[in-house]
Structures are given as structure tokens and as C-alpha cells.
Design a protein around this ligand. Sequence first.
Ligand SMILES: [Zn+2]
Ligand SMILES: [Zn+2]
Length: 377
Amino acid sequence: MSPIRPALMSALLLGAATAAAQPLVQLDFPHTPDGRYVQVVDLHTHSVFSDGRVWPYMRVREARREHVDAVAITEHLEYQPHKADIPHPDRNRAFEIALEEGHKEDERPIIVLNGAEITRSMPPGHINAVFLEDANAMLVDDYRAGLEAAAGQGAFIFWNHPYWRKQEKDGVAKMQKVHRALIRDDLIHGVEVANGADYAEDTLAIALKYDLTILGTSDIHGITEWDYQERQGRHRTVTLALTADTSEDALREALFAGHTVALVKETFIGRAENLEPVLAGMLTVSTEQEEEYDRLEVRISNSGPLPLVFRQTSERYFYDAHDIFTVAPGSEFVVHLKEVAPGDRVTLPVQWLNAYQAPREHLEIDLMALAVTPGES
Ligand SMILES: [Zn+2]
Ligand SMILES: [Zn+2]
């Protein structure tokens, strides 16, 4: 397929991000058609207990405001620049403070996960473990022993920002022997294809090649509203996890199973099998044949929190829209397809332009497969 020109793409997708401050979006996603939940999770955050700039309680307060369902507190194990002011002998402390806030009654429930970030030069670079029982067990010289301790606690472990310019001067992720060994030994389960404002195509290729769970995280150090509202988009970078229910166990299960989509700057990144149900949960399509003309009215509505951008690739033209169109969040897009006579079989293939299933490769679906014909509910 022909990739859309980068300039056009950024005009379409990043317009909101580059404009003046806009309100942060509340990330409420509808269920998938097969009844799964779309939990919005941020598995990488910092507080003053490592090099962050806020008290851990803020991480939960922010998550509530943005309707993020789960947040992990992942302080650097080895990098403790505030140690003189905030001694940190117990590496579970930031999590415990956040958890108190997470358990507040009469507030939106938030899953708070205990985590830690191994912070080494490359290789192996930075590696997060979440769902820890005791982060202190990872505080050892041999990072591999630390990862084995985390795995022994049932942790989900992932490679952070492998393309990071401070560790890879050219900004390109490189899979080394060390990483292959960690994946082989079940000590790395996922990888960040998006971190903060970054999205790395090379890292997406690695995730697909090595069958790693695809993740997006904020790696927030300051205040999400300041970072994302003004510079990086209208929502923080997160992972969508397709889960059986709203529990922590279901989240863990979905992460290990790779049932995720990374979300960065209003763009969805994941395997087709996960992108499809997320999209189908948000979209409703209905059609009506016009009596007077050979036109089919197509109504496409988006109950998700973000714009959905498509390019239709049908042989038929739209009567009243361009081939590239956007269905705004919480709204309906109405268009007419030409040269459709009563009884004609119609397909409406589209590329979902703000979704990638592989580097430079958009998800392609037939919108008519989602269509509800009159009489159905
Ligand atoms: Zn890091
Ligand atoms: Zn970090």
C-alpha cells in the first residue's frame, strides 16, 4: 500500500497537539463487541522517590482526572537524585503512598501497581517490572538476578524506550544478544513502542518479530497535564489492555497474553487482532438506500474519546466527502456513496490512518462488516 505523505499525516493527526493548549481527554473506551473491557493503563511513572518532581499521590490524582484505570509506580532503582532530601531505604514506599490514595472510598477506583525501573547503560538499558510484591528484592548488583527475583514474584517485565537517544545515538533500537537471552528466558515480556512523545517504528518491528507485548507509557516525571496538554498531545501516552473484567488479575493476564494497543498522540498501535475489536467497540455504522437516487447513505458514529481518521479505498466515490475523512469523538459522520442501486452488494474498505499494525502499515477493514441494517439493533 502507498503510505500517506508524512506532512499530510501530521497535519491530520497532530494538529491538536501543535495548537495552543487544549483540554486533556478523558480516556473512556467502550467495551469490545465480544464483551471485553478496554482498561487504560500507564505502566511507567516516576515520583520524587527517584527523579520525578511530584509526590506519589499525584500519580493517582492525575489518573482519576484523565480516566486512566491503572497506574504503576516505577522508580529508578539505581538513580536516586533526591536521596539526600528523601531517603529511600524501602523501595516499596512510593507505591504504598500512591496506594493509599488509590483506595480512597467514594472516588473513581484506580488500580495502583508496585513497580521498579532497572536503570543501566545499554545493554540491557532500562527495564521495568510491574506487579511486584517487594521491589527491594530487585535492588541487587546483577540486573539479571534482579529480573529473576521479579519474575519469581510473578512480575510482568518490559524493555523501556530501546531507541532512546541518550543510549542509542542514532535513535534506532538494536536487539542485542543480552536482550534475546532475556526474552528466551522469559525475563522480558513486552516493549515500549511509545514512551512520552516518542513513537519508534523500529521498536514496533522488534515487538512483532520477537512476539513481545506492545506498550505505550507516559514515563511521566512532572505533571501529565502540563506535559501533554501543551506539548505532546491531548492525552498521555498509555496502553489499552483488552481484559475479561476490571480487576488487576485480568489486567495482568491481558498483558502476558499480548492483548494490548499502544496509544500515542491520538494514534493506535497494535496487532490487527487487538486493533479490530477496539475499533469495532467505538464505531457504529448504519446504511440506508436512497429511493430517488443511486446513492447509499452511510452513517458512521464514534463513541470513543479520540478522532478516528480513515481513507476509503472502495472503487466507488463518495458524493459529498473526500476519500480521507475523520469521525470526531462522540459524533456522527454522514456520507453518501455513489453508484449504489437498490439491492447492490456494497463493501466500504478503509485504511484506519491513525492506527498502525506494523511500521507504515495501517489496519484495513470493511466498514460494512460493522454495519447494522435497519431492523437490527
Ligand atoms: Zn528509563
Ligand atoms: Zn522511567
